[in-house]
Design a binder for this molecule. Structure first.
Ligand SMILES: [Fe+2]
Length: 389
């Protein structure tokens, strides 16, 4: 009988229309917001203006930082931190996808601590954020990274070509607004890749050596919801029901991610998109998933069998081992539906870079790698990368 802890201190505001509460929620944590968004979509969609107005209507001052790029860098986080410090912001509000929310978390640290944010991302001897970190309010516009519910801020340190993460209880947002209406305009590619990120958070957490009965329950629900709703949301982004279900999957996966962590897929993906910043996080994960299931099913056959079932395979007449071997095919079918049944080469990754990616994984993603059941050594990492090419 397993003993375990479960911790998630984030106030979740979930449902269609909940974005309207942004101003009220933010005003509980500060009077001057640094509003963090990506470079164009929030402005184009009108969400940036809407967010500003919601906060101003609640008596808040708003300073906008709209320079976050996909796979955010330490340079832009430090720039945002400088701005928050100079303007005297006392709360950071993120409106956007995972990159925006992760950058906002880094900014909340950079604005209140000495030294560049890279010091908080080093593989060893890193600085740790303190309770001086600015409070965060996150409204997610994708059903993807679950960053609004986690203590992680994934940031690429450009000089080191390392995509590492701050992991701190102080990086948990105070409030997560998960409003499925914000995801209605998500284009198909983003819907597909972020949906696969949700699937990986739930699958990896399910298989993690830190999994608990509580995270397993959340993971199973997330996997089932992704399997059911992702094809429909990809085909018809305007379906609020599908968007609602994916938003819910994203929340369940967030509780898995914040408590059970991730394993080898994320451990390999971070170095991939550190070297190739144009690779979308979910796409970098997608290319590894089939090889992962083919190689690791024997280590946790019961859970891989359940994964196959939750993704829609009829396994009733199969043995556990037979059902577990169906998982790779079930994943491959789902990837094909969302246009991500592709290889590393199609993402622009060069074959001669694979040993470097494996070495980087061992150098700075050892924490996540170590949660993989049975572990993987350098040769096994390279073999998985080769099989995913
Ligand atoms: Fe992820």
């Amino acid at each position: 009988m397993l003993e375990f802890d479960f911790f998630n201190p984030v106030r979740l505001s979930f449902g269609a229309g909940r974005f309207d509460g942004l101003g009220e929620q933010a005003a509980e944590h500060g009077s001057h917001a640094l509003l963090v968004t990506g470079r164009s979509s929030a402005r184009k969609s009108g969400l940036l203006d809407r967010a500003s107005k919601l906060m101003q209507d609640n008596g808040m001052k708003v300073t906008v930082f709209d320079r976050v790029e996909p796979n955010p860098t330490d340079a832009s986080v430090d720039e945002g931190g400088e701005l928050a410090r100079a303007e005297g912001c006392d709360v950071v509000v993120a409106v956007g996808g995972g990159s925006t929310m992760d950058a906002a978390k880094g900014i909340a640290v950079a604005a209140t601590h000495d030294g560049p944010v890279a010091e908080y991302l080093k593989p060893k001897d890193r600085l740790e954020p303190t309770d001086a970190t600015l409070p965060l309010v996150c409204a997610t516009t994708t059903s993807g990274t679950s960053s609004e519910l986690t203590p992680f801020a994934v940031i690429t340190v450009q000089a080191a070509k390392q995509k590492s993460a701050i992991r701190s209880d102080y990086a948990y947002p105070k409030v997560a607004i998960v409003d499925p209406e914000l995801t209605l305009t998500c284009p198909p590619y983003v819907t597909g890749s972020t949906g696969i990120d949700v699937l990986c958070h739930s699958v990896e957490g399910y298989l993690s050596t830190s999994a608990t009965p509580l995270t397993d329950h959340c993971a199973e629900k997330a996997m089932e919801l992704v399997g059911e709703a992702l094809p429909g949301a990809y085909a018809d982004g305007s379906s609020l029901q599908h968007r609602y279900d994916l938003s819910l999957a994203n929340v369940f996966a967030g509780y898995v991610l914040s408590n059970a962590g991730v394993t080898v897929l994320h451990a390999l993906e971070h170095p991939i998109s550190a070297h190739y910043p144009d690779v979308a996080h979910g796409a970098g994960l997608a290319v590894l998933m089939v090889g992962y299931a083919e190689r690791l099913w024997e280590r946790e056959p019961c859970k891989f069998a359940r994964l196959a079932e939750l993704l829609g395979r009829n396994v009733a007449s199969l043995t556990e081992a037979e059902a577990a071997q169906q998982a790779a095919g079930a994943i491959k079918d789902l990837l094909a539906i969302v246009g991500l049944d592709i290889g590393l080469g199609e993402l622009g990754v060069e074959r001669d870079k694979l040993p470097t990616i494996a070495d980087d994984t061992l150098e700075y993603m050892f924490g996540a790698l170590g949660k993989t059941p049975g572990g993987l050594d350098r040769d096994e990492l390279i073999e998985l990368l080769e099989a995913s090419f």
